[in-house]
Design a protein around this ligand. Sequence first.
Ligand code: HEC
Length: 149
Amino acid sequence: MKLLSFAFLLIGIFLMMFFNYSTDIMYTSYKNVKSQSQSKALKESIKRGNIVYSDFCVSCHLPNGNGVNKIYPPLANSDYLEANRDASIKGLKFGLKGKIKVNGVEYNKYMPPMGLSAEEIADVMNYTNHSWGNTFGKIVTVAEVCEIK
Ligand code: HEC
């Protein structure tokens, strides 16, 4: 009798371990699928953002994202862009005016709003956040752009 209950105990422990293990596997593969689909969405957004950039931004911020010293601030390696995600989105929606400091250089100019849709702004933000060596934050979504007033 004692042996039997010992056997049941062993089976119980085994089942618990197995259950734990299989939920772990399920959770990890769920997380992988999720992050894969997010990075796919990011890649596609960056591709669209590249087109927006060439149409609307390149004339001032230049193809290499370096801008023109003291006239048009850089986006490549820009500490402002990295630290001011909301203000950058806001600037693209409504224009950006007044004193800002980018990589130690002061600008006091005006960037006009370009009439971009929320999707175009999300895409071009994703492009600038992930080009020229920039790796700034997670994907910018259309909902996030819409929320900024
Ligand atoms: C007519 C020229 C012009 C165009 C076109 C333009 N910008 Fe700007 N941009 C500026 C100027 C000037 C500033 C600085 C404004 C200030 O001094 O307050 C600026 C600032 C910025 C900033 C914040 C500062 C930085 O360098 O990190 C971002 C981000 C930005 N622009 C992104 C864009 C994107 C993306 C586009 C295209 C959708 C674009 N700009 C198109 C002139 C321009």
